[in-house]
Ligand binder design. Sequence first.
Ligand SMILES: [Zn+2]
Length: 237
Amino acid sequence: MNRVVLMYHAIVGDSHHLDSIPQEDHPYAVDTTRLADHLALFSDYKVLITFDDGDAGWYLEALPILEKFSVKALFFVTPRLIGTPGYCDWEGLSALSAAGHEIGAHGLTHQFLPDLDEVTCRNELVESKSIIERRLNTKVRSMSFPGGRYGRRELRLAQAAGYEVCYTSVPGRVQGNEFCRPRVAVRADSSVLWLARVVSGDRPLWVKMKLSYLIKRIVKSVLGNRGYHELYRFFRG
Ligand SMILES: [Zn+2]
């Protein structure tokens, strides 16, 4: 059992540059040197590596590094983003799947599920799963919530759609075989030292991570998802 699950997004390097990634995603775009340093560290710990969204750097940059370190990862894709500028195409995702990596779903359109009515929300969960299964000829067992947004209804609908595991963006450690599992977000500036403290269970760091998540969550509940997003964009400049 991997007790710590990490969440990456875009991977940038010589073949996939930062300028092909939306500005607001830059804080989460990890470069290849840093990814390699992280993977070298994980050989000492039980860590599951996940990626969200479908960035083209998964195939162009991350795949060879994962192969080098013999790490199998879990990639969450949003079917409507596949093949659009800066994102993987189905061929790239097939290569990831053929290399033994697991492909999961990340909504159909990347809309935040709690903002949707029940029929649309169910459709996001069901359609994303079935499109990926059909296109890659593989079973989709897992999903991650777009924007980390979810509630009781989304968990119920995800279970009904046939997912076996859901991943959130709530910092925490996996306790056992729970249906809904926490993850720790990795950012562009996440150092090896910081990650070593995360995976080794450094208590002050975990308290800080959980507190900062809680504060963000309170701000989101006051402003709503859209208001929070606007605030984030404002401070990002
Ligand atoms: Zn996402």
